[in-house]
Design a protein around this ligand. Sequence first.
Ligand code: ZN
Length: 330
Amino acid sequence: MGYGWGGAVVADTRQQQKSLMASAFATPFYRRHWVTQPEEWSELPILRDSDLKAARRDFPENVFGGRLTVPERNLLYIWPPSGALKPDISIYMGITDDERTHWVDVITRQWTVLGLGAEDVVQVLSWSNDPFVAVLTTAVGGASAYGSPAVDELLGILTVRLELVPSEARRTLATAELLHPAALFADSAHVEAMRQLLGTKTLASLGYRSVILRSVEWVEAKTRKQWEEAWQIPVRRLLEIPYALGYGLDCERNPQGVHFARDHYVIEVTDDNGHLVTEGTNGYFTITPLFLRSHPIIRYQTAITGYLEHEACDCLDDGVLFIPRPEGRQ
Ligand SMILES: [Zn+2]
C-alpha cells in the first residue's frame, strides 16, 4: 500500500495552533472559557461535554454555544451529533466546504490504507443526518451541494449508504449480493445480524475483503480477534469522536492502538485537572481538529482513557499511537 501520513510529511502544526487560538479567542464562548488569552497551547483549559452543553444555555442566541467565528450562512451542513431524535439536543455541529475538504482528506487516506480503491464498491452503514456520509459521497447533498469532491469521487469508488440498524441487515445483504462490495463500514450488531442471515455462506463469498467497525467506543484487540474468527474476515476499527470530527483508524501493526492524522488533529492525553500527562501515562484522550475554524473545538477531553506511545510503529503518521485502555488508570 505504501501510503500513509508518513514521517516525511509531519506537519509543524504550531502556526495553525496559534491562529486557531487567536480566532477562537474572538468568540464569546472562548473569552469566557479561557478568561485571558493564553500564550501557550498547554495552558489552554480543556473542553468537556459539560462546557459545551452549558454554553448552549449561556449563549442562547446561536446553536453553536457562542463558538461561531463565521456567519452561519457559510456553513454548508449543520447537524446535532447526539442524534436527530433525541429531545435534549444541546450541541450542534456544522462544516464549511473548506473544513469538509480537510475531513475528506483524513478519510481518503484511511480508505487508501485500508486498500480501497478504483472500481470498488463500499457499503457504509449510517444513520439519518450522519455527517460521516457527507464526506464520503456527494450523492447525499446532491451533486451541486458541495464545491469540493467527496472521498468516493477522489478514489473512484461507488459508495452505498444503508441504515445502521440490525433490522436492515436483509437490505445490506441484498445489496451485497447485487454489487459485491469490497468493504462494509458498520457496527458489530449489524454485521452479526447479516452473518446469521447468510447461514453457511461467508462474508468473503459475497466479495467482502474486510469489515470496518464504526464505533464511538473503542473495540479492544481481543474483541476484534473474536469477531474475525466468527465472521471469517479481516476486521478493522474506526474510533469516532463526533464533537471533534475526529476519525482514527486502528494500527495494522499494533492492534492495541489507533492513529489520528496528526497534521489535522492535535492529539493529547490529559488528567482530571486538564493537565498534560507524560508519555505512557494513562489519562483522557484529548483532541483538537485543527481544520475546524467555523466553531472551534479546542482541547476536547473525551471520556476515553488510555495513553500515548511514541515510535510505536512506522506504518502511519509519525509513529505516534494512542492506546485506549478502558479499564482505567495504570
Ligand atoms: Zn501503526
